[in-house]
Design a protein around this ligand. Structure first.
Ligand code: HEC
Ligand code: HEC
Length: 441
């Protein structure tokens, strides 16, 4: 079953461990090893200060592979247009997310060909697990199949960062090279061709496939080693390591985020430390169908027969027969989400406030979010009618709400959640989990 047993038994167990009473505020999870000294006493909620393991010291210097990967990442000459690099879509100034508010970026030989999905951030991908069709909570006695989890891309279709790196190079809507040989030919004439030979062997350019795979390995090394892909310098990290305190509003947002009967955000955007105490990733890498409205800004959507259904296709084909999976996309990490101006896989929303209002009012005020055709409301209009039942209606904040009911989160709640989400922006501290360098709100 996929996300339709609220709350799953393992989740209840976790809440009991955390000492949470349904509907009440939060108490410190058992992971807490000390009460948070600086938490404002007026707030009933105790902050779960934990032993926050700093990101392992970053290497003083990138490995030769990673240094090469960095050059490739920024090299626009490796595209058909000569103007597009990985960094054009994954902008380092925008947490390696899109540099603008376009729902989908323009690429191809003339930089006029639109893509079909919003560009995700490349930060915090390190702990993405391998894709599995059936996920079970580790160490849990619960044997319930949680459904699919893991994998790179919004549909989990790619198994590794090095494999992934080859795709944009050859995608006709992106860097648009017509073959691997074309990429390698360009690389062999680049200013760093000699470095490439030093790292991967004098004869590397003689074997196109080997050279192309090496490009992937170099990009993977850069994405894995360079601290800019996983800085953990947010205010949230500072608070969790005892170096800063939330404002009253941020704390209210944090509470709503974790309250399983209110925001319930943490169920999917998991905010507890991972194995070994590593900092929260804000995704559990599982999948859900949220029923995000169709986005007319995506040119592919002009074709009424075209639907991007995530796990069941059309880009991923191996699960095409698993119709329960139609409409499911990977839970996005929420780190740096407040720096974005395109939200969800189809970039349907352009402000964080609207993305959250959609969560609150999707089912209580559906006419606000979905079109009407011949006087009839078309709810969950970005899925073919036969798959609309796949949309999650059982996990709060959705929880069987009906049109006309009071939304589960009001505007003040939404503003509190936004204030909390802003604490997930990197750049608050100078070093991972370190002391605040400025009061950024
Ligand atoms: C034209 C814009 C564009 C360019 C150029 C581009 N990407 Fe992407 N990238 C995207 C989009 C859109 C997605 C999401 C696609 C999907 O989920 O199907 C993505 C996804 C990814 C992912 C998976 C992220 C995740 O959440 O699992 C990685 C890794 C990645 N890109 C790395 C790269 C690298 C490395 C390059 C350069 C070789 C590159 N990209 C070039 C647009 C681009
Ligand atoms: C049932 C699981 C689930 C719950 C509960 C949930 N989310 Fe999400 N969230 C997702 C999935 C899946 C996506 C990606 C969907 C897509 O791309 O279409 C997502 C995407 C988002 C995004 C857009 C991220 C981006 O980079 O585009 C935001 C913002 C967000 N969620 C915030 C929240 C907040 C705040 C809450 C609590 C009120 C919440 N979510 C509750 C599963 C969930």
């Amino acid at each position: 079953m996929i996300r339709n047993g609220f709350p799953p038994r393992a989740w209840i167990a976790a809440l009991l461990v955390a000492g949470l009473a349904a509907g009440a505020g939060m108490a410190a999870p058992s992971l807490a090893d000390a009460p948070h000294a600086a938490a404002p006493a007026s707030l009933s909620m105790q902050l779960p200060t934990r032993r926050w393991v700093r990101y392992p010291a970053v290497p003083a210097q990138l490995s030769p592979q990673a240094a090469l990967g960095k050059q490739i990442f920024f090299d626009a000459s490796l595209s058909a247009s000569g103007k597009m690099a990985c960094a054009s879509c994954h902008s380092p100034e925008h947490a390696y997310g899109p540099p603008n508010g376009l729902a989908v970026q323009l690429g191809g030989p003339d930089l006029k060909r639109p893509g079909t999905r919003a560009v995700p951030s490349l930060r915090y991908l390190t702990y993405t697990p391998a894709f599995t069709r059936h996920y079970y909570f580790p160490g849990s006695e619960d044997t319930e199949d949680e459904g699919p989890a893991g994998g790179f891309m919004r549909d989990g279709s790619i198994a590794s960062l090095h494999e992934q790196a080859g795709h944009p190079m050859l995608d006709p809507n992106e860097m648009a090279n017509t073959s691997r040989a074309v990429v390698i030919e360009k690389l062999a004439h680049s200013g760093y061709a000699d470095t490439f030979r030093q790292v991967y062997g004098a004869q590397v350019f003689a074997d196109v496939n080997k050279a192309f795979d090496s490009v992937g390995m170099a990009l993977q090394a850069f994405e894995t080693e360079d601290a800019s892909f996983h800085p953990y310098t947010s205010k949230f990290d500072s608070v969790m390591s005892g170096n800063a305190t939330f404002t009253a509003q941020e704390l209210r947002g944090y509470q709503l985020f974790n309250n399983p009967l209110k925001g319930n955000c943490a169920k999917c955007h998991f905010d507890q430390p991972g194995p070994g105490g590593r900092p929260a990733q804000f995704s559990d890498f599982q999948y859900a169908a949220l029923g995000v409205p169709r986005n007319p800004e995506i040119p592919a959507n002009r074709n009424p027969r075209y639907y991007d259904m995530g796990l069941c296709g059309p880009y991923r084909r191996d699960l095409a027969d698993e119709t329960d999976f139609c409409g499911l996309f990977k839970d996005a990490t929420l780190r740096n989400v407040a720096t974005r101006s395109v939200f969800f896989h189809n970039g349907r929303f352009h402000t964080l406030d609207d993305a959250l209002r959609f969560y609150a009012e999707r089912d209580t005020d559906p006419r606000k979010w979905y079109p009407t055709k011949n006087g009839k409301l078309v709810q969950y209009d970005d899925l073919p009618p036969k798959y609309r039942d796949n949309v999650d209606r059982l996990d709060p904040p959705f929880l069987n709400h009906k049109a006309g009911e009071k939304p589960p989160l009001n505007e003040a709640d939404i503003q509190d959640l936004v204030a909390f989400l802003k604490t997930l922006n990197d750049g608050y501290a100078a070093a991972s989990g370190g002391p605040a360098i400025h009061e950024a709100h």
